[in-house]
Design a protein around this ligand. Structure first.
Ligand SMILES: Cc1ncc(COP(=O)(O)O)c(C=O)c1O
Length: 382
C-alpha cells in the first residue's frame, strides 16, 4: 500500500455537525438557521447556459474521444493564453485536456516517469495533492519555502519536478514576473521541470493601473517575460472548475513544453485518461465566452467585499489573499481554535493545518457560498 496521508476533511465532521445545528436567537426563519459552509471551495453558482448548451449538443458521443483533444480545442486553449494570459506563443501541440486538474496534479510525477529517489518540490503551505502525487509515484515529497532553502544542489535535495501555485491555494499569494523568471532560470540551470498550477488566475483582485497593458489575469509561468520565449521544461496547469462553475464536468488542461506534453500524451493514451467528448465541446464553448467569467468574478468580488471586513471585525487578520477564492486569515492562535470559535457562530472554515504544518495558525475562508449564506455569515460575525 502507498502510504497516503489521512483525508483531512474527515477531522472536521464533528465541528461541521455542530455548526449545522446553529440557530441565531435574533433571526427567525431559514436565514437564521443552519451552517454557513465556507470550508470547501466548491462552486455554488449555475454552470453558464452557453456551456450547458454545448454539452447537450455533444451528447451523441458514440465514438472514443481523442486523448489529445480535437485540433480546435487545442487551438482554443492557445488562443485563450494569448487573449487572457498574455502568452502569445502556446503551441497547440503543447496542449492536452485533462479530467479536471486534480488528477493531473496527482499523477504528473508518475506520468513524467519519476519514482523512488526522485524529489518533488512544492510550496510549504499548499494544496495537499502535490504531496499526494509525489507519494503515488514513490518519489519523495519536499515542501519548500524558497529555492535558497535548498542549499547547494544535490540529487537528494534538488527536485526533478517543482510545483508552483499562483495564485496560491490557500494563501491567495500571487507570484510576480521577477520571481517566476528567477525560478525558471534556476530550474533550467539544474534540469528541473517546473509545473505551475494557475487555476485561480482569472480571479485576481489586485487593481490594474488605468491604461495598464498587463493581461487581465495573474502572470503565467508561460509569459514571455518569464520564459525568455522558450517553454522548454515548463508546464502550466489550468482548470475551468472555478472560473466557469464547471467542477462537476472535470474540465481542465495542461500546456507548455510540447516535448513534455507529448510524453504525457503518450502515457495517457495507453492509460485511457481522456476527456469525454461532450466535456471537450463544453470547454471549447467556455473558452470562447469571456462574459460568463467576468459575471462570476463579479459575484465573488461582492462576496469577498462582504466577508473580509466581517472576519476582520471578528478579530482575524487577513494575509496575502490577493487573488483566488479564499481569505487566508489568522487570529494569532491555533487555527483549530479559530475554527471552533467560528463554528460556535454556525460558520465552518478550513483549518490551515490542512495545507501543511506551517499553516497551523491560519484558517482558510472560502468565498464559495451563495449570497444568502454569505449575508448570514456577515450577520453572525457582528
Ligand atoms: C490549487 C488547486 N489546484 C487544483 C485544484 C483542482 O481543481 P479541479 O480538479 O477541479 O480542476 C484545486 C481545487 O480546489 C486547487 O485549489
Amino acid at each position: 500500500m502507498i502510504p497516503l496521508p489521512d483525508f483531512p476533511w474527515d477531522s472536521l465532521a464533528a465541528t461541521k455537525q455542530r455548526a449545522s445545528s446553529h440557530a441565531d436567537a435574533a433571526i427567525d426563519g431559514p436565514a437564521g438557521r443552519g451552517i454557513v459552509d465556507l470550508s470547501v471551495g466548491t462552486p455554488v453558482d449555475p454552470t453558464p447556459d452557453v456551456v450547458r448548451a454545448a454539452l447537450a449538443d455533444a451528447s451523441d458521443a458514440h465514438g472514443y474521444p481523442l486523448t489529445s483533444g480535437t485540433a480546435d480545442l487545442r487551438e482554443a486553449v492557445a488562443q485563450w493564453f494569448a487573449g487572457r494570459r498574455g502568452v502569445p506563443d502556446v503551441d497547440p501541440a503543447g496542449v492536452l485536456p485533462t479530467i479536471g486538474s486534480k488528477e493531473l496534479v496527482a499523477w504528473l510525477p508518475l506520468l513524467l516517469g519519476l519514482g523512488a529517489g526522485d524529489v518533488v518540490g512544492f510550496p510549504r503551505v499548499a494544496y495537499p495533492t502535490y504531496d499526494v502525487g509525489a507519494r503515488l509515484a514513490g518519489a519523495t515529497p519536499l515542501p519548500i519555502d524558497a529555492l535558497t532553502s535548498l542549499g547547494p544542489p544535490t540529487s537528494a535535495t534538488t527536485p526533478k519536478l517543482l510545483w508552483l501555485n499562483t495564485p496560491g491555494n490557500p494563501t491567495g499569494k500571487v507570484l510576480g514576473v521577477e520571481h517566476l523568471a528567477k525560478v525558471v532560470a534556476w530550474a533550467r540551470r539544474h534540469g528541473v521541470v517546473v509545473a505551475s498550477d494557475e487555476c485561480y488566475a482569472e480571479l485576481d483582485w489586485r487593481e490594474r493601473e488605468p491604461g495598464s497593458t498587463e493581461p487581465p489575469t495573474t502572470t503565467s509561468i508561460l509569459d514571455p517575460r518569464v520564459t525568455g520565449g522558450s517553454h522548454e521544461g515548463l508546464l502550466c496547469v489550468y482548470s475551468l472548475s472555478k472560473q466557469s462553475n464547471l467542477a462537476g464536468y472535470r474540465a481542465a488542461f495542461v500546456a507548455g513544453d510540447p516535448a513534455l506534453v507529448g510524453r504525457l500524451l503518450e502515457v495517457r493514451k495507453h492509460a485511457g485518461m481522456m476527456m469525454p467528448w461532450p466535456v471537450q465541446r463544453a470547454v471549447l464553448a467556455a473558452l470562447g465566452d469571456v462574459a460568463h467569467v467576468e459575471e462570476q468574478k463579479a459575484r465573488y468580488a461582492a462576496r469577498r467585499a462582504a466577508l473580509r471586513p466581517a472576519i476582520e471585525r471578528f478579530g482575524l487578520r487577513v494575509d496575502d489573499s490577493e487573488a483566488g477564492l479564499y481569505l487566508w486569515a489568522t487570529a494569532g492562535e491555533d487555527g483549530r481554535a479559530t475554527v471552533e470559535r467560528l463554528a460556535d457562530r454556525g460558520i465552518l472554515v478550513a483549518p490551515g493545518d490542512f495545507y501543511g504544518p506551517a499553516g497551523r495558525r491560519h484558517v482558510r475562508v472560502a468565498l464559495t457560498a451563495t449570497d444568502e449564506r454569505v449575508a448570514a455569515a456577515v450577520r453572525r460575525l457582528v
